[in-house]
Design a protein around this ligand. Structure first.
Ligand SMILES: Nc1ncnc2c1ncn2[C@@H]1O[C@H](COP(=O)(O)OP(=O)(O)OP(=O)(O)O)[C@@H](O)[C@H]1O
Length: 652
């Protein structure tokens, strides 16, 4: 039985249950019950009813004529009249009751089985023909009537019996139905239990289904992942195969290279041995080179000493048209003499003009055509001495506009670069070359200006209002330093050139009557050089000092006044002191008045015995500068005559 059948089953059950309650009333109305009553009445009431009839019949039997008379007279006795309806209701009631049974529609099977019996009940016994062959007995035929009545009674009894049997069958059927119903109830109960079990199972299965769906979605994901992994695996497999092939190739190459390597190792061993011997040779050669370098320095210094530790070069500036004035004559035979010629009228006036010549000789005289390169070539050996550990000082002296700044700084263009930038280039290049011999150099640059006997830092980049004051100090080991001065560590040539450009901007310039951008101060560029040869435990320390002096014109000519007069006095005083110091050194005086001016105090280590000094005397070619030129050449000549002493290298 399926769960769908359960509602019907339940309905049937309910119906039967209801029927059980209703049944007694229904059953009381059923013809069966009527039959019962009939049956009981047949045994008691009917017998009682029938008893008087019999009694009457027995009483009436001997009085048949009376009765006949009564019948003849068509007058029925009241008792008979009263019983007359007995015949009709019994027949009618029996037929009607049995015929009505199917119309109830409750006990169909029973009714169906009872219907034919009801039909049989209606059959002829009731319509049994009378004895005389007619359908009706004669009124007087009481016996016949009694016989009919008895026949009817038997028929009824048979009917009752049949109804009772039917009733019993129905009872049995009801009992059967009840049993079946109980059985069905049990079944329903068990079905209910099963149902609840199924429901629980269903719930569990629903959970399982959810789980299954989850697992299914996970499975889908995993399948996708698996597909991806499979693809990747294929790629990796392909890669692996290609790498396998590559590996095979590499293995083959390796085998080849291993054999090559074995060969090379043998060669390497030979080469290593060779390298060892070469290293030894190199070390020997390095020693030789170092010894050669030392010898070069010694010889170089000897040459410098032979040339003089203080040397003077004269340089004549060209005229504006590039030529040279008649009053300046340079010797054609050598490049060391210069002659100034001046025509003077005879004091007596009788003779023609007389010419007075002034001859000067210097270490080198450069005419107006001399290039910046030629000038530097001549002093490059001196710059080399600075790297060798000697203090070197190079300064330009001359009247305003004679070409001092041009000589020292020059111009931006390569060909016209002056001594300072060229010296810096040489120092850095030579320093790099010496690295191969184990030398390491460090350079420190400073640029100071002496203006009106006051020091100014030309590398100062701060606010003008906060510009510090400077003092020259001499330490216990005779090193001269300037307080608050910028000492910039420099590592490249460009870095130094940048500092020179900065100094140029900062340098005081002022308008004068003779030179548009006359430098009214001495500028001193110093490059401190420290060299270390760690391998040979040698150190050297020196200073390259390049000085552009202020103009040395006479006061009358410069028409100086006020501030300019003060500048001029200061400039001439310091230049005069420079001359006095050089003379003192030449005369080997015990006291050298370095401290008389800031310039000589600052330059004392570069001017003293342990230094190499070069002075440029710059000359203006114009005839009107004759007097200044003569003064400059006389000053330079004095310096040139000085033999300051033998310089010694600052080596430790
Ligand atoms: N050898 C030279 N060849 C070409 N021009 C030169 C030469 N020497 C100097 N001059 C030019 O002469 C002018 C004056 O030169 P410079 O400024 O160098 O003089 P100075 O002596 O430094 O003057 P000051 O003392 O006033 O500074 C500049 O225009 C410079 O270019």
């Amino acid at each position: 039985m399926s769960s769908c059948d359960l509602p019907f089953l339940f309905l049937d059950f309910c119906f039967f249950d209801h029927l059980l309650f209703v049944c007694p009333q229904i059953m009381s109305r059923l013809p069966v019950m009527s039959a019962k009553r009939v049956l009981t009445s047949s045994s008691s009431e009917n017998s009682q009813d029938m008893a008087p009839v019999k009694k009457k019949l027995r009483k009436d039997e001997p009085q048949k004529p009376q009765a006949a008379a009564t019948v003849i007279g068509d007058k029925r006795p009241p008792a008979a009249a009263a019983r007359a309806p007995l015949y009709r209701p019994v027949r009618g009631a029996g037929a009607a009751t049995v015929a009505a049974a199917p119309s109830r529609g409750v006990l169909k099977p029973v009714a169906a089985s009872a219907a034919p019996k009801a039909a049989s009940i209606r059959q002829p016994p009731a319509a049994k023909p009378s004895v005389n062959g007619g359908s009706r007995r004669q009124p007087w035929d009481l016996k016949g009537k009694v016989t009919d009545m008895e026949g009817k009674l038997r028929t009824y009894q048979t009917k009752v019996k049949s109804v009772n049997e039917e009733n019993e069958a129905m009872k049995a059927s009801v009992a059967q139905s009840q049993t079946r119903m109980a059985e069905l109830e049990r079944k329903v109960e068990s079905q209910k239990m099963k149902l609840s079990e199924y429901e629980r199972e269903l719930q569990r299965l629903s959970g399982v289904q959810n789980e299954l769906e989850k697992v299914s979605s996970e499975k889908n994901l995993l399948q996708k992942e698996l597909a991806n992994l499979e693809q990747k695996y294929k790629v990796v497999e392909t890669l692996r195969e290609s790498q396998e092939t590559e590996l095979q190739t590499l293995k083959m190459k390796l085998t080849v290279q291993e054999s090559t390597m074995a060969r090379l190792q043998a060669t390497l061993k030979d080469t290593e041995e060779e390298v060892c011997s070469l290293k030894e040779t190199v070390a020997e050669q390095r020693d030789e080179l170092h010894a050669g370098e030392m010898e070069r320095r010694r010889l170089h210094n000897t040459i410098q000493e032979l040339k003089g530790n203080i040397r003077v070069f004269c340089r004549v500036r060209p005229l504006d048209d590039g030529g040279l004035s008649k009053h300046i004559q340079l010797a054609a035979s050598d490049d060391k003499s210069i002659m100034l010629a001046k025509s003077e009228e005879s004091h007596t006036g009788k003779t023609a003009e007389t010419q007075k010549n002034y001859h000067f000789s210097f270490d080198r005289v450069f005419g107006p055509q001399a290039s910046q390169r030629e000038i530097f070539d001549e002093i490059s050996l001196l710059v080399q001495s600075a790297l060798d550990g000697y203090n070197v000082c190079c300064f330009a002296y001359g009247q305003t506009g004679s070409g001092k700044t041009y000589t020292m700084e020059g111009e931006e263009v390569d060909d016209t670069r002056g001594v300072i930038p060229r010296a810096v280039t040489q120092i850095f290049r030579a320093g790099e070359k010496l690295q191969s011999q184990g030398w390491q150099f460090t350079f420190t640059a400073s640029f100071v200006e002496i203006y009106n006997e006051t020091l100014r830092d030309l590398l100062y980049t701060g606010k003008t209002s906060k510009r510090p004051e400077h003092e020259i100090r001499k330490s216990s080991n005779n090193e001269v330093t300037v307080t608050n001065l910028t000492y910039e560590k420099v590592y490249t040539e460009d870095q130094v050139l940048g500092l020179i450009a900065l100094a140029k901007q900062n340098r005081s310039t002022a308008q004068t009557a003779q030179n548009d951008r006359s430098s009214r101060s001495h500028s001193v560029f110093q490059l401190q050089i420290e060299g270390v040869n760690a391998g040979r435990d040698i150190k050297c320390k020196s200073t390259l000092c390049l000085v552009d002096l202020a103009g040395s014109e006479r006061m009358v000519k410069s028409q100086s006044q006020g501030e300019r007069f003060k500048e001029m006095t200061s400039i001439n005083s310091s230049l005069s002191n420079l001359g006095i110091v050089i003379t003192s050194l030449a005369n080997k005086e015990s006291h050298v008045p370095y401290r008389n001016s800031k310039l000589t105090y600052l330059l004392q280590n570069c001017l003293g015995g342990n230094s190499k000094t070069l002075m440029f005397v710059n000359v203006s070619p114009e005839p009107e500068s004759f007097g200044e030129t003569l003064n400059s050449l006389r000053f330079a000549s004095k310096v040139n005559d000085c033999v300051i002493g033998t310089a010694s290298s600052n080596k430790k």
